[in-house]
Design a protein around this ligand. Sequence first.
Ligand code: NAD
Ligand code: SER
Length: 327
Amino acid sequence: MTAETETILVTGAAGQIGSELVPALRAIFGQEKVIATDLVQPKTENLRLGPFEQLDVTQRSQLEAIIKKYRIKKIYHLAAILSATGENNPQKAWEVNINGLFNVLEAARQLDVKQVFCPSSIAVFGPLTPRVNTPQDTILSPTTMYGVTKVAGEHLADYYVKKFNLDVRGCRFPGIISHEALPGGGTTDYAVAIFYEAVIYKRYTCFLRPETRLPMMYMPDCLKSIINLMEADFSRLKHHSNFNVTAMSFSAAELAAEIKKHLPDFEITYQPDFRQAIADSWPESIDDSAAREEWGWQPDYDLTRMTSDMFRVLQEKKARGNLFYPG
Ligand code: NAD
Ligand code: SER
């Protein structure tokens, strides 16, 4: 591979997924080959180990300047406004998620970028969609602005595949659980906050009801899905920007019970807020057989393994005095 073909741009790199995807890509492609960008400065140390540029994806000229400067050949487009923040500011969610994506696709088309990854979400589904084992190809009826932008984004990305032969790929991620950067304003964020608060305070007040069941995935599986999908043989793909992927499904009460196995005196209370309605509109579990068939998707972490690993890492951080949590 030449230096030119290797150069990669990551937008929204300071977020929950970018904070771990950038180091993973740098480990594969080289520290200097992965250009991390975000509206805000990165909070995690490891993002500063390679090139970082401030970039607002709604500003096409800024984006184009960075693509030209580094002769970018692949873009991982992670910049977005997530579900809960998006319901509080739907105009901004549209601006970033739709205009930002359009800018990325147009810039990629015009500036000879070869491949784009743009994540979608379980938020594309809605109350009219089958909620259990939700099929790959089914009714998309979102009730959130975030979901509306993700449905439109999937269609826009697939249009660029068909119309312009641009290689665009994406997964419909479930809630992502991780311990590096905190999530940025989603409905599934409780499944991360619960671990931090269990380790720090031994109690947690959950903003969803105990029986609320959602599909989830641990960050190592999320990174694996992104890397494997981007490496897959394009000719084998029947879908492009909308692969269902999942690893586990659990209710808030089941997650609390799993945490109690590690911390018997952990206490949970429930105070549902506006995010309950969002969660109630999403699937309990999703069928990812298309991803398994078309590019060999296979997760490694279930609820038990993920919980053990989250506890191990957060306890170690606490012992070292570097468990930072604003809550
Ligand atoms: P995040 O909120 O943690 O990070 C998003 C980043 O985008 C932030 O660092 C933010 O500063 C940046 N950003 C916002 N507006 C911007 C702009 N105008 N220009 C440039 N950067 C901007 O989100 P994440 O969890 O890392 O999600 C990444 C992608 O994965 C998003 O498309 C999201 O919809 C999708 N996704 C995430 C999850 C999840 O549970 N984390 C689940 C499904 C889909
Ligand atoms: N984790 C995301 C959210 O809750 C799902 O896309 O917004």
